[in-house]
Design a binder for this molecule. Structure first.
Ligand SMILES: [Zn+2]
Length: 371
């Protein structure tokens, strides 16, 4: 029922549509027009105004023909850079670019699966429950669209986000929460040649703290990283300020708290040792989620995979996605592989058969929803 040629043509049309984060208007217009041509009504939730973007998230409600729990299908409209003027090339079974831009299969592949499945449902008069389609903005800039989505309009019970790589049938069912950490290490400036004794080096404090810190992979569900360090003005000035951006992630909230406290403690100790000061600010970037094997959504996914001859493989992911946010809003949701490969690079590509299989899987999921 899934039409491969139609999918490839529309995927290419979408890829050719520029859609950088918070500049998704062209893409939103195109999708709105396509959904309206299917007889569906679409609205913009206004999130773009809050975020300084040129469009909001798109919400489209597809009325069900049978009484089963309503579901949410979600994909993001924005792509990373370099993403302007993408020229998709079909080479055998692969779609890639000319190597100067990303392909944007992340997340055009997810959008295309949803678009194709909506057509298939309609033309084959397949019975289904209420479907809420949400195309988000600003995902790549920190899940901004999902965080600012108008949840008063969302009543779905289960969510299926189509925004992952891996074999088709692979589904991310658990992901960590992330703390975003901003640190300001303060020392005292002095002439480095004339009277260095009067100075306190913020660089020395920061490096001493970081050298004592446990970072990288902490355990199988926890990671931590210092990502950015800025500081210093000249070699003849004892540096009085270092600014650091870091993160910690874990699928276990206690472990996340512990790792964050450990990082703070290392900075505090070093500041005391050298007589400086530290401002340490940690904020939750997104919450974790963890679907258990007992949850109903697992049965739905497994049954759907069996129907289309796929192996259902529930997997953990170390990344954050819109899935984290909607789980945090009380909608049980998973992130499904749509076959995107080498994302966020100019070598990004997608295998056409995988794209088709992902749409078939999504169709089977919708048909597997029951009471
Ligand atoms: Zn993505």
């Amino acid at each position: 029922m899934v039409n491969k040629e139609r999918m490839v043509n529309e995927f290419i049309e979408l890829v050719k549509t520029d859609s950088l984060s918070l500049q998704e208007k062209k893409m939103a217009r195109l999708l709105k027009k396509k959904l309206e041509e299917m007889g569906l009504s679409v609205f913009d939730d206004g999130a773009g105004i809050k975020l300084g973007g040129n469009t909001g998230n798109l919400i489209c409600n597809v009325e069900g023909t049978k009484k089963v729990p309503p579901i949410l299908l979600m994909a993001h409209m924005d792509t990373v850079i370099p993403g302007i003027g993408k020229k998709p090339i079909v080479e055998g079974n692969i779609i890639k670019t000319d190597g100067t831009t990303i392909l944007g299969g992340d997340d055009t592949a997810g959008i295309e699966c949803i678009m194709e499945v909506l057509k298939v449902l309609k033309e084959n008069k397949i019975e289904h429950g209420d479907i809420q389609v949400v195309f988000t903005i600003g995902e790549e800039k920190g899940l901004l669209g999902a965080k600012n989505l108008d949840y008063s309009k969302i009543y779905a019970k289960y969510g299926f986000v189509l925004d992952d790589g891996g074999d088709i049938g692979e589904v991310a069912v658990t992901a960590p929460s992330q703390n975003k950490i901003d640190v300001r290490v303060k020392g005292k400036a002095a002439h480095a040649g004339v009277e260095p004794e009067k100075g306190i080096s913020a660089i020395k404090i920061a490096s001493s703290a970081i050298s004592e810190m446990t970072l990288g992979r902490i355990d199988d569900e926890t990671t931590a990283n210092i990502g950015i360090i800025n500081g210093g003005q000249a070699t003849n000035i004892v540096c009085d300020l270092v600014e650091i951006k870091a993160e910690a992630r874990s699928r276990n909230q206690d472990k996340l708290n512990r790792q964050t406290a450990h990082m703070k403690e290392c900075f505090d100790k070093a500041a005391i040792k050298y007589g400086g000061a530290v401002e340490f600010v940690s904020s939750l970037e997104y919450p974790s989620f963890n679907i258990s094997s007992e949850d109903r959504i697992m049965t739905i996914l497994e049954r759907a995979a069996n129907t289309c001859g796929l192996t259902f493989k529930p997997v953990p992911t170390g990344g954050g996605s819109d899935t984290n946010i909607i789980n945090g809003k009380g909608i049980q949701a998973v992130d499904i592989s749509v076959g995107m490969e080498n994302v966020h690079s100019v070598n990004e590509q997608i295998n056409i058969d995988n794209l088709v299989k992902a749409a078939e899987f999504l169709l089977a999921i919708i048909e597997s929803i029951d009471n």
